[in-house]
Design a protein around this ligand. Structure first.
Ligand code: FAD
Length: 490
């Protein structure tokens, strides 16, 4: 059978692209190297638990692009769920529960002011920062895309506890230190999350998201093949021709979308010589985000009430003592492959949203701690990085050892093996000032019929939503290229 489009990868980027292409009447083939679809939003099963491969919450949930796209492609509805406390911020001797309901915000603010020991001036600065971000005029985003979030936040306050809190939360979105995150991207993501109040997690686990798009794609005739590792994309006279898989099979289509990183696409799958030199040089210079070591923790009974635990374990450091230099040091350590004295933690609790993900009232926590990508030599062994994460969890979750059923840990190499993105960045084209807005690599490439999507090109937003936006963008671009005669169907 002939195809109009081939999509490589079944993560959120690839599954959205395939669903939209199929919805637009394109004969679509999706090739996935793993034995299970879903990319970093896939899952495994263990002793009655259904465990996410990655560590996810969805920043805009039912009000964001994922829900809108399921409607566009006619996929099964994704039921985004919220907990009463969206997150518990822990560490440095303080505890803050971030409420879902707006009416509880004054009590939250009072508790934050007390615990962070904020002066009236600090409170004014924080209020001004939050007000300006939430009301930011999006037409002015290009002005702040080139600033870092560090520059932006410190323009309001230099109180290290506030900078730390904002920096930590915004750094989480992008898995980058505050001094590398684009302020425009941070503002765009934060204001939408706050205005839309959508931070949530789907019934059935993170896999419910790509699964909905893949169902929609199949329902429109798309073919989805697993255990198909693409090893080469062939081009001819400046146009894409075919993709070749490790089992020797090959498939032809006028349009090929890759959701591996843009670097992998250009340097490994196609080869840089097929591109104009300035494009190949730009792609070679693209930087990814950091990544994380992970722990999947199964507890006999619930020990955490909020939707996620977010915070840091820092032996001997109290909230009142923490300084900007401590935060700097934390990221400097990670950047140079050393375990930092402060371990930042991000730990969604899937069973607090959907108890059916675990048997008999047990609790599943999917935790991670930021770690360098695999190209950075580790001073401490990968095992010490995962052990350090467990030390932090023990410190932050009282009763952890008493209730522990089992724990699985994952190094950064495991992430690389699963996603296929060389060096395992969580976001393969990181959202730094020179890689967002009009400087983000577009979804089309100089090779006719060759496109990139997922977290490597196009889109805007937090992780999964960035990948979804990019998947939609690429599919629309292909349809438009067909209409404009840039591509022709076989
Ligand atoms: C630890 C961690 C925590 C994160 N936390 C969040 C969060 O809380 N919220 C959020 O929104 N985002 C989060 N993200 C980011 C988010 O997961 C990604 O940005 C997004 O899911 C990427 O989607 P994708 O489609 O680009 O790639 P992926 O999901 O990685 O999918 C790529 C797919 O392509 C396949 N593939 C690769 N190479 C080939 C090949 N040669 N042949 C065939 N198939 C191939 C892979 O097997 C994979 O299935 C996190 C990421 C990580 C790693």
């Amino acid at each position: 059978m002939g195809y109009d489009a081939i999509v490589i990868g079944s993560g959120i980027g690839g599954s959205v692209a395939a669903a939209v292409l199929a919805r637009e009447g394109m004969r679509t083939l999706l090739l996935e190297k793993n034995n299970r679809t879903g990319g970093v939003c896939s899952y495994y099963e263990k002793r009655g638990f259904r465990v996410d491969i990655g560590t996810h919450m969805f920043s805009r949930g039912a009000r964001g692009p994922l829900a809108r796209l399921t409607r566009r492609v006619g996929g099964p509805r994704i039921e985004f769920l919220q907990t009463r406390d969206l997150a518990r911020v822990v560490g440095f001797g303080g505890t803050l529960d971030v409420p879902r309901d707006k009416w509880r915000l004054p009590a939250f603010a009072a508790s934050a002011i007390r615990q962070l020991e904020l002066s009236p001036r600090d409170v004014r600065d924080a209020a001004r920062f939050l007000h300006d971000v939430v009301r930011f005029d999006e037409a002015r985003l290009p002005e702040v895309d080139r600033l870092t979030m560090w520059d932006f936040v410190t323009g309001y306050t230099e109180n290290p506890r506030l900078v730390g809190l904002f920096g930590f939360l915004l750094g989480l979105y992008f898995i980058l230190p505050l001094d590398q995150v684009s302020a425009g991207e941070g503002i765009w993501c934060f204001r939408r999350m706050v205005r839309e109040g959508g931070l949530s997690y789907p019934r059935g686990g993170a896999f419910a998201v790509p699964s909905s798009f893949l169902s929609a794609a199949r329902a429109r005739g798309a073919e989805v093949l697993t255990k198909k590792r693409v090893t080469r994309i062939e081009t001819h006279h400046g146009a894409v021709r075919a993709v070749v898989c490790s089992d020797g099979s090959s498939y032809e289509a006028p349009a090929v979308v890759s959701t591996t990183s843009l670097k992998d696409l250009v340097e490994r799958l196609v080869g840089p010589d097929a591109f104009p030199p300035d494009y190949a040089t730009r792609v070679r210079g693209l930087g990814g985000s950091m990544v994380a070591v992970q722990a999947k923790v199964a507890l006999r009974r619930p020990l955490v009430k909020a939707g996620a635990l977010v915070g840091a374990n820092a032996a001997g450091l109290s909230l009142a003592d923490v300084g900007l230099s401590d935060l700097d040091a934390m990221y400097d350590h990670v950047r140079s492959g050393r375990l930092a004295p402060i371990t930042p933690i991000y730990a969604p609790v899937p069973t607090n949203f959907d108890p059916a993900l675990a048997p008999g009232g047990a609790q599943l926590i999917t935790a991670c701690a930021v770690a360098p990508t695999t190209d950075i030599a580790l001073e401490d062994s990968p095992k010490r990085w995962t052990e350090n994460l467990l030390v932090a969890l023990r410190a932050l979750i009282p009763g952890f050892d008493d209730e522990l059923l089992w724990v699985d840990t994952f190094t950064t190499q495991a992430v690389e093996n699963w996603t296929g993105k060389v060096h395992a960045p969580a976001v393969s084209t990181g959202q730094t000032p020179d890689q967002v807005g009009n400087r983000r690599p577009p979804v089309h490439t100089p090779v006719r019929g060759l496109y990139a999507a997922g977290c490597g090109a196009g889109g805007r937003g937090v992780g999964t939503e960035l990948a979804a936006a990019s998947g939609e963008e690429v599919a629309d671009r292909i349809v438009q290229d067909l209409v404009n005669g840039i591509l022709s169907r076989r």
